[in-house]
Design a protein around this ligand. Structure first.
Ligand code: ASP
Length: 602
């Protein structure tokens, strides 16, 4: 038997047709000798019915019953049957095939299945098991409509991106997986060489140096769906391997690259949603993002800007502020407009909860005031002159009923806490619109940042960013641009240093000795010295953008076989110890470690 239709295809227009369907038996139920099955495949679910009253006399009902009795959950079956209407009142309009069912006239069990460890239906009443269990049996989890449609969506996104880039003349080139390490700021995964004992390749943290060398090679417009590997300590939503849409262009300026990405996003949007994406995306400088939104990846789907009121309250005899000002701290406010807070406004209990929250963020506390018809009300307003009050009201755009919250302390901490406070208020007050996508470009980032502990300069992005301005100044900016969507950084890009001397000076500023530069990057500087064209590029995190577009909590929900939070691949039980024989071939010795115990999950 060969299938004539998928399980998502049959409609009333097929009534009376003989069909063959194949798929997995998701649910079965027995209504007094009439057996119902939900048959599922990648395209949908169709109801099958074994009804001895209704099948033709020519059919051996006993034999057929014997076969359908073997249809256990998730077994793979093939059935022939007749498309008929469902009994009136039992139609299921949530399901595209829900007006019809297939009366089984012949059946075959194609493969048995062990009882699945969790329900694969998408009905709300079936609680999903813990994530590790889903990952252990990912191949079953993938049968769930939600997972299957996430992967299909991802495929559509990527294929639209490819189509756009190809139409724009980009060439897809694969760069090596076994290479010398590239410094993107994380630890490398190392691969031992058997042929060169004691030597290691690294898995690429990104194709950065190779894509730049492709530009030296005259490729001009390159892209790749690049798998990148970074051995970072597990953080909530990081994967040790992830996918970037990586691209690089020659003879371009920053706006050319920005326009290429905006064009690609608009093309993808059209293809996915049939709507025009508003371009160009707004640009916001790093300095403004930090001071107004307390974040280098601000979420502009809601307002609640931070306002620095340090200068306004500087002379007020309020002791807490004075203490902080004496230590060169800042005072930053947020206006929670009464119109945002709903009819009740933000009440006392809620304010107390916010203050407790601020303390948890490491802030000494949080001060608040309520705007009245023409002044401000709180137990500290007595410290402020009418002029200061008027000025606070004006700078924070305060109107009657608005709640003004203030954080005070060292600038970096206050801005960061202010950014988190914005986010918290937006969530608590339900200010984040669903299905809205707010892109922006973060520009004018610094080239370097100082390590708070060692005082050493680190690259803000990576060392290959072209500086703008005075190379000798540690305040120097870089020609970089980060793409941010809904408060998440999708990726960063920059113009690069095609002049090897500029590149060498940046390495020196980062504290590298000439010997170290030669050892780590000699090959790359040499490549630049053979007529590297001016070039630049960007890389976008595919897992992230897909998870945002689908509203998923985690990128693991849009990766077929992700690692769990402990960087383990539960479906194949890796990482794993290897036989001593394999290690000795590599001339490696390993100290024992515990194997991942898959039985624990069962
Ligand atoms: N290689 C960079 C990264 O992975 C992106 C780029 O500058 O193109 O973040």
């Amino acid at each position: 038997m060969k299938r004539t239709h998928t399980c998502g295809e049959l409609r009333p227009e097929h009534l009376g047709q003989e069909v063959c369907l194949q798929g997995w038996v998701r649910f079965s139920r027995d209504h007094g000798g009439v057996l119902f099955f939900d048959l599922a495949d990648a395209y949908g679910i169709t109801q099958l019915v074994y009804d001895p009253e209704d099948v033709d006399d020519g059919v051996d009902k006993e034999a057929l019953l014997g076969i359908v009795h073997t249809f256990s959950r998730e077994s793979v079956v093939s059935v022939n049957g007749l498309v008929r209407e469902r009994v009136p009142g039992t139609e299921d309009d949530r399901n595209a095939t829900g007006r019809v069912e297939v009366l089984i006239t012949d059946a075959e069990l194609l493969n048995h299945s062990r009882a699945p460890p969790f329900e694969l239906g998408d009905q709300k009443e079936f609680l999903l098991p813990g994530e590790d269990m889903r990952l252990r049996y990912r191949y079953l989890d993938l049968r769930r409509t939600e997972m299957a449609s996430a992967l299909r969506f991802r495929h559509r996104f990527v294929s639209l991106a490819r189509r756009f880039l190809e139409e724009e003349g980009f060439v897809e080139v694969e760069t090596p997986m076994l290479c010398r390490s590239t410094p993107e700021g994380a630890r490398d995964f190392l691969v031992p060489s058997r042929v060169h004992p004691g030597s290691f390749y690294a898995l690429p943290q990104s194709p950065q140096l190779f894509k730049q060398m492709l530009m030296v090679g005259g490729l001009d417009r390159y892209y790749q769906l690049a798998r990148c590997f970074r051995d970072e300590d597990s953080r909530a939503d990081r994967q040790p391997e992830f996918t970037q849409l990586d691209l690089e262009m020659s003879f371009v300026d920053r706006d050319d690259i920005i326009r290429a990405i905006e064009g690609m996003m608009a093309y993808i949007w059209k293809g996915l949603y049939g709507v025009e994406l508003q371009t160009p995306f707004p640009h916001i400088s790093f300095a403004e993002a930090m001071s107004r939104y307390g974040s280098d990846k601000p979420d502009l789907r809601f307002g609640l800007p931070l306002v620095d009121v340090t200068d306004i309250v500087r002379d007020a005899p309020y002791e807490i502020f004075q203490r902080i000002l004496a230590k060169e701290g800042v005072i930053v406010g947020v206006n929670v407009k009464s119109s945002l807070a709903g009819a009740e406004g933000v009440g006392r209990n809620e304010i107390d909860r916010l203050i407790a929250w601020a303390k948890k963020q490491g802030m000494g506390g949080m001060t608040w005031m309520r705007a009245t018809a023409d002044g401000l009300d709180s137990n500290i307003v007595k410290y402020f002159t009418p002029e200061v009050i008027a000025s606070l009201r004006q700078s924070m755009d305060a109107e009657e009923g608005d709640l003004l919250l203030f954080l005070a302390g060292p600038q970096k901490r206050v801005l960061e806490a202010g950014g988190l406070l914005r986010q918290k208020l937006a969530e608590d007050l339900g200010l984040i619109p669903e299905n809205s996508f707010q892109f922006l470009w973060l520009v004018d980032c610094p080239m370097f940042e100082k390590d708070a502990v060692t005082g050493r300069l680190d690259a803000f992005h990576h060392p290959f960013v072209r500086p703008c301005g005075d190379l000798e100044s540690s305040q120097m900016g870089g020609e970089s641009y980060d793409l941010v969507l809904n408060g998440v950084e999708l990726g960063s890009g920059s113009l690069r240093n095609h002049d090897p001397e500029v590149q060498r000076r940046i390495f020196r500023l980062l504290g590298m000795s000439d010997e170290k530069i030669e050892e780590d990057f000699g090959f790359f500087l040499e490549a630049l010295s053979y007529g590297a064209p001016p070039h630049g590029g960007i890389a976008l995190g595919i897992d992230r953008v897909i998870s945002i577009l689908l509203g998923k909590e985690s990128i693991r929900e849009v990766i077929a076989f992700p690692k769990n939070k402990k960087a383990q691949s539960l479906v194949d039980g890796s990482p794993r110890k290897v036989e001593d024989e394999k290690l000795s071939e590599l001339q490696i010795m390993s100290v024992a470690f515990d194997d991942l115990d898959l039985e624990d999950l069962e």
